[in-house]
Design a protein around this ligand. Sequence first.
Ligand code: ATP
Ligand code: MG
Length: 444
Amino acid sequence: MPLYDKALHIVQRLREAGHEAYLAGGCVRDRLLGRPPKDYDVATGATPRDVQAIFPDTVPVGSRFGSVVVVLEGDPFEVTTFRSDGPYSDGRRPVHVRYGTLEEDVRRRDFTINAMMYDPVDDRVIDLVNGREDLDRGLVRAIGDADERFAEDRLRMVRAVRLACGLGFAIDGPTLGAIRNHAAAVTEVAWERIGAEITRTLTEGGARRGFELLDETGLLEVILPEVAAMKGCEQTPDYHPEGDVFVHTLLLLQHLENPAETLAYGCLLHDVAKPPCRQPAGERVTFYGHPELGAEMATEILRRLKRSRAVTERVAWLVRCHLHYTQAPKMRLSTLKRFLAEDGIHELLELCRIDALSSNGDLGYYEFCQRKLAELGETEVRPEPLLRGRDLIRLGYAPGPSFSAMLGAVEEAQLEGALGTRDQAVAWVREHYPLDRNGGNDEP
Ligand code: ATP
Ligand code: MG
C-alpha cells in the first residue's frame, strides 16, 4: 500500500472511532508543493491511550507530549494529540503540554506553511493561519509574534533557515528581524538538535543560501564561529580569483547536489583552519599547516554538533587530505597506489573537484587521479599481499616488531612493480633480510 493510503487508513480508523483526525504539518505543505512528503504525520483529538487502543502496533515515543507512533505494515506514522504547549523553561522543550483543540494545535506550530491540516476523507485543507498564501508567495513566517515564538524555542530560528533554503523560500521580514534579535541565545538549545538542522541545511538543497542566511541572521557567528571567521580572510588572487575563504566556501556549497553528510561537511570545513594559519608573505599569503590544523578543528566542531564518530572521522580525514591530490603526479608509484586505495578516495576526489571548480577551475590534478584510478583498476591499486606474517615464520624468521617493516617493504616493492609473484617475494626477503646463524633476524 502506498504511504499516503496508509496515512488515509489511519485517519479513517480514528474517525470511525469517533475522533477528529487530519494529516498535519510538513506532509500537507509538501503535497501542496507537489513534492513527495518524507513522512506523514497525523493530528487527532484522540489521546495517546485512545490511539494505542485502536491500533495493534504502536510505539509510545513521546506519549508525554501526546505522540504515539503507529506502525502499519512496517511504516511508522506519528499520531499526535491536539495540544497546546505550556511555558518553555529553557528554550528547549515545553515544561508540560495540555491536550487541546485543533485550533490550539495549529497555533503551537512554528511556521504558517507548517501549520496546515488536510482532511483526506473530504479532500479539504484547513488553513487557519494563511499558510496557503505564504506557500504561494514562498515565505517562511512565524505564527503569531515571532519574538515570542523564538523566545519559546530557539531551535525554530535554525529551522526557519533550513526550511527557507530547502524550499528556496525567503524569510518574512519581521520573522527575520526576530531571528537577528535572538540569534545569540540559540546555544540554549541542545547541540544535538542544532547539529541535526545544520546537517539538513547542508544536505537538502540550497546549502549556499542556507549559509548566507545563517550569516545574515547572526546564527553562524554563534553556532560556527570558525566558519564565520572565514569572512574577510583574503587569499592570493591568482590561486583564488573568487575572493576570500568564506566566498570560496560558499561556492563549494553551491556545487553540492544531494551530498552525503560527510562530503557536505568536508566542503564546509576543508579550509576552516585558513584564518588561524594565514601568514602574509610579501605580495602573497600562505596558509601552511591548514589541512592538519583543519582536521583537528573539524573534529572539535563535529563533536560539538554531535555528529556520529564515523562521520567525524571521515570528515577529519577529508580535511587533512584535501590537498594531497596536487602531489599525485610527483608521487612514487607505490605512494600513488596507496593514496588511490584509501577507503574514502572517491569522496575525497569529489571534494577536490568541487574545490577546484570553486577557485581557479583547474581540474588537471583531479583528472590525473581519475585517469590513474581507471588505468590501474582495483586489483593493481589494492593487490592481494604476496606475503603475510605466517609466511615469514615459515621462512624461519622470529615473529616480532620487525615483521611489519618487512611486510611493508615487500608491499612497497610489489606496488612499485618490482615484485610480481610469491616466489619473487620470498627470494627478495631472503636477500634483503638475511637470517643470522641463530635463526634471528638481522636488522637491515
Ligand atoms: P520535514 O519532516 O520535511 O523536515 P516537517 O515540517 O514534517 O518537515 P518535522 O520536524 O517533522 O518537520 O515537524 C513536524 C511538524 O511539527 C512541523 O511541520 C511543525 O508543524 C511542527 N514542529 C516541528 N518542530 C517544531 C518546533 N520546534 N516548534 C513548533 N512546531 C514544530
Ligand atoms: Mg516530518
